[in-house]
Ligand binder design. Structure first.
Ligand code: ARG
Ligand code: ZN
Ligand code: CA
Length: 260
């Protein structure tokens, strides 16, 4: 059994929160996102049970979990950020822009930056994380967390269940899209390079019914409910065991970059 991975997270909101009520709102929003990540990455999300009904379409595919604990950090940063020990690592008025998505004072954390990600883009992450770029993942204001949100940061349907970050962190942990390309002769070196995800060359949106979308191979169906496709938040609910293994292997290569 692997040791559980613990990842310290800092969340950065570019807007300045002036009132204590606003700050409480943003901290609650940040925690809502952390809770979603913990559920999705540990396979404790309620909707993962939907996959049982779909198993006949996907022989050889099982759900997987990384066994990870994302923790909203509660420590002052040695370089000084205005936080005091015991404060949640939620900052205001910082977006890392113009700084190569890097801010040296936040090295050692997984940095979630909640800002406009570009035209119609919900979020982005470097493939395989990126210690040199500050281990920063950008997430649109309308796709961060769940619930009622805060002024200027209201989760918008159908991407209002916090799963854009589940998806982007998949990239961070070195996962490609399930629709990367059709497999060549070797499933470990082509397509998404994960053998228990049926290969696919085009993304899916909305909420396809399991088994309705053909895969590249005549006998295979698209794993549309996978976090690494583009369906609605409510319609994605699983990683595969192969994806979890690939993420674990990648984590092992960057583990020492995180603050303990
Ligand atoms: N990078 C993708 C985009 O910006 C993320 C898609 C996430 N999908 C989702 N259901 N949350 O379009
Ligand atoms: Zn993606
Ligand atoms: Ca595959």
């Amino acid at each position: 059994v692997n040791n559980i991975i613990r990842i310290p997270v800092a969340v950065h909101f570019p807007s300045v929160a002036t009132t204590s009520t606003q700050k409480v709102c943003f901290r609650t929003l940040a925690q809502s996102q952390i809770n979603i990540l913990n559920a999705d990455y540990n396979g404790t999300n309620a909707d993962i049970s939907n996959f049982v009904n779909d198993a006949s379409f996907y022989p050889g595919t099982n759900t997987g979990s990384l066994q990870v604990e994302f923790v909203l950090a509660t420590q002052n940063h040695p370089a000084g950020t205005g936080l005091v020990n015991g404060d949640l690592a939620v900052t205001f008025g910082t977006d890392f822009l113009g700084n190569n998505d890097n801010d040296a004072t936040w090295a050692g954390y997984l940095n979630l930056v909640c800002r406009n990600a570009g035209n119609g883009i919900l979020g982005y992450s470097p493939l395989g994380g990126s210690p040199s770029a500050g281990m920063t993942v950008v997430i649109a204001k309308s796709a961060f967390g769940s619930g009622n949100g805060c002024t200027g940061y209201v989760p918008g349907s159908p991407y209002d269940l916090g799963r854009t970050l589940t998806h982007e962190l998949g990239h961070f942990f070195n996962l490609d899209h399930t629709f990367e390309s059709c497999d060549g002769a070797n499933c470990a070196t082509s397509g998404d390079r994960v053998c228990d995800t049926p290969s696919l060359s085009i993304e899916n949106y909305d909420c396809p019914v399991a088994g309705d979308v053909a895969g590249c191979q005549p006998t295979e169906y698209a794993l549309t409910m996978n976090y690494m496709d583009y369906v609605n938040d409510a319609c994605m609910y699983m990683f595969t065991a192969g994806q979890a293994a690939r993420m674990q292997a990648w984590y092992n290569t960057i583990a020492s970059q995180f603050k303990t």
